[in-house]
Design a binder for this molecule. Sequence first.
Ligand code: SF4
Length: 390
Amino acid sequence: MLLPARELPFEVPSYSLTGDILAFQTCGLQYRYYSGSSLPPSRPVQIWTGEFVHGALEDAYRLWRERQFPFPWPSNPTPFPAPNPLPQRAENDIGVIGDRVEARLAASGKRPRNRDAREAVYRRVTSAINELGPHLFPLITAAEERISGTRAMPEIEGRVARGDRYELTGIVDVISSVQLGRETTNPLVRMLQGHLPNRAGVFDIIVDYKASRRPGSADSFWVNQQWQVQTYAWLREQSATANPIGAGVIVYVDELAPSATELTAFKKELEAGTADVAPPVGSADWYAIQRWRSGAELPELTFDFRVNRAVRIISVSRVDVDAAVHAIDGVVERIEASAVREFNTGDILANWSACGGETTCVACDFRTFCPEPHAHRGNPHGPRPASAPG
Ligand code: SF4
């Protein structure tokens, strides 16, 4: 007797803009394996770094709002390994804030890769709190705000996938409220006014922190992150209480204290013409970067240059937001189509695209059996995995 195939369960699928959409865009196959198992990545270094940055900036903002400690705040991270007893430090010491965030992350098994990685993150968070904080914190009206909305489910290969709608969710790091169209000394507001010269009045600004460097304009992260923030704007617009949204802002925290690896990547982008923010030729920053060589002490770069690299302003015009949410619909369509094809064939590897970039593949748990890791692409004679799980 033939048993009928079981249908896909009916539900309203929920997609997180970071956990699903950005993850699938980063690599479809890696997303499938992580989302299809309850196992955490075996190398949760990037997760620790991102969550530490978000947690420390949020805790610092809440402390500033309650106690208004003047900037700059001291920064004395607890040595690694930690002494017993811990040194006495002020309540607003960034090391004390970091201890709390590290304890929360350690409770879920997340730890930094090594001492150097931990020190680098503290340098960046210290710079973000002491250099950006005085300008950003006073503008903040909400932090860690959950937003969601539903959209029509795209049609998948002639059939509706699972239900006729899907839910899109996200967490906006910060909503800021800014008054445009009048004199200000706040460098962040001035940057926004430069991008929105004809706007006046109070606007909401959607701010997203990234624990990474600013990508080059040829990098897929460039447009994917733009769509993410523009889709936050669309979701936020669904809220009846919101002010008009003036812009999105991505803060690339690493740009405030770049590492040697990041400076090397930046120099390559300068040569290739894919760095959208470059120091003016002949400026102190330009000379400092041109003269710097890998292995030498990192150059001192001006606050103006670093903040211009760190702060990326994203248009949220009607046209751009509509284009972004349609692009996100397209990503959902590809995820659903991959799931349907896997359901019909029982084959994972053939139905989820292995498209990770170089840095993603290097740290990927599945590279030993991945059919197309970055290092093998375009190299028909390169080694191939001997076998792969279905
Ligand atoms: S090795 Fe690269 S392409 Fe393959 S699954 Fe991992 S991230 Fe994706």
